[in-house]
Each structure stands twice: as C-alpha cells, then as structure tokens.
Design a protein around this ligand. Structure first.
Ligand SMILES: [Zn+2]
Length: 246
C-alpha cells in the first residue's frame, strides 16, 4: 500500500489506554538511539512507571553519529552527553535510571546479521527474561535508518526464540517517508494510546535530549537537529503502536 494510506490508517487506529495495551505486564522498549524511546513511547513509559509496571529501555547504539565533526564534543564526550540526556529523560518519565541498559554499539553500525547481531540479541533476551517481559516495543522496520531496521530484525529474532512475546512497532522516521512511495507491509493493526495525562512529562523528556533539539553542540554544520516539522509527530496526545507482522 502507499505510505500515505499506511500513515493515515495509523492516525486512525482505535484508541486505547496504556494499561489495556500492555495488560499491566512488564515490557521492554528497544531504542536504536538514545532518543527514540522518549519520542515514540515516552507517554507509555510514564504511564506504566506511574502504575508500578516494570519497564526497561535497551538503547542499542551510542548516538555518536549525530555530530561527527564537532571539535567541542569529540566522540567520547558526545557519547557521555547522550547517555546523560537519556538518564535525564528517564528521570522525567519516572523511569529509574537502572532500568536503562546501553549496549553501546557504534551509531549507524547496529548489526543486522552475524555474530554481533547474535550477541546483541542474547543481551536483549537476558533483559526480557530478567523482567519477565510480555511485550517488546521496537522502532518500525520501515523507518529509513539502518539502526532502526536492525532493531526490528532483533525484535523479530527474539520472537522466534520466544513466540509468546508480543511485538509492537512504533514509527519514528517512517512518519516522514514520501507519501507516494509504496510500503511492502499490510495495513497496520494496533492502537493509538491516549497519553494526554503524561504529555507534559513526555515533552520534558524529549527536551532533555538537548543535543538533538537545540544548538547545544554548536560547531558541526552538518550535525543533526530536529526541526519543527520533524518533531511534530511526537508532540501530540497520542502514541501509535501496531503489531509486527509475522
Ligand atoms: Zn533513531
């Protein structure tokens, strides 16, 4: 189907509550970069933490690719900054900092196959078992970014190991795909979650990623920064989750 029709169907998914979506069971969020979790699932995380549910966020990569030419923030300093921003964001969502796990893979190099892929998958599986997670929330496999595609592959591999796991996609860069393009996927089946009560906490959490939202890292002209347009899908009162097809 066309991307425009797919995204339109997403926007019109039936509405549910966080507790109905997760069944009040523990869950794991797979975040390819240090900000994807807050952007796509911040409201859900805040709601679940407020209800006493166990939530763990696994961040795959170190986020070092956002400002590769900065002199003021060389790689190690940028990695430390992005981790600190994740911790600050978690705090604003009510997520204990020790519920964040960082795999520390190099940005743009999350593996999609091979021994490194297997190692990452085993690390995530250990977290899933540790918290007895019933579901995994993962970036959409059609998000046009290699790390997001790799995250989707890892989640699918986890489900092959444990078929009881429920997988939910959350779109990030997929919101900005060309509407006229084709997406090789059935119409989405899932839910819109009303996050109004947690919207302020989510916005605070997103703002905590200041390196991605502001000119905090000022000296890389090609550095990444969200614009009003690119952040728009993440500012509203709904989050969107659809089943990862088998
Ligand atoms: Zn990302």
């Amino acid at each position: 189907m066309r991307v425009a029709a797919f995204l339109d169907a997403l926007r019109r998914l039936p509405v549910t509550t966080p507790e109905r979506l997760t069944g009040n069971r523990p869950f794991v969020v797979l975040s390819p970069h240090p900000d994807d979790d807050a952007l796509g699932t911040g409201g859900l995380i805040a709601a679940a933490c407020g209800a006493g549910q166990r939530v763990v966020v696994v961040t795959l990569t170190d986020g070092s690719g956002s400002h590769p030419r900065s002199i003021l923030f060389p790689r190690d300093k940028l990695v430390a900054l992005r981790k600190a921003e994740s911790e600050s964001a978690a705090d604003r969502l009510g997520l204990p900092i020790d519920h964040l796990r960082f795999l520390g893979l190099p940005d743009a190099e999350a593996p999609s196959a091979g021994p490194a892929f297997e190692r990452a998958m085993e690390a995530i599986l250990a977290v899933v078992r540790e918290v007895d997670a019933a579901s995994i929330f993962v970036t959409w496999g059609r998000d046009p970014h290699c790390d997001h595609e790799a995250a989707d592959r890892m989640a699918r591999a986890l489900r092959r190991r444990d078929p009881t796991l429920q997988l939910w996609s959350y779109p990030i860069w997929g919101w900005h795909l060309d509407g006229a393009a084709e997406v090789d996927e059935p119409a989405p089946v899932g839910w819109r979650v009303d996050i109004s009560p947690w919207l302020e906490a989510k916005r605070d959490a997103v703002a905590a990623h200041a390196s991605q939202m502001t000119a905090l890292v000022p000296d890389d002209p090609q550095g990444f920064r969200f614009t009003a347009e690119t952040i728009a899908p993440f500012r509203g009162p709904f989050e969107y989750f659809f089943k990862v097809p088998a």
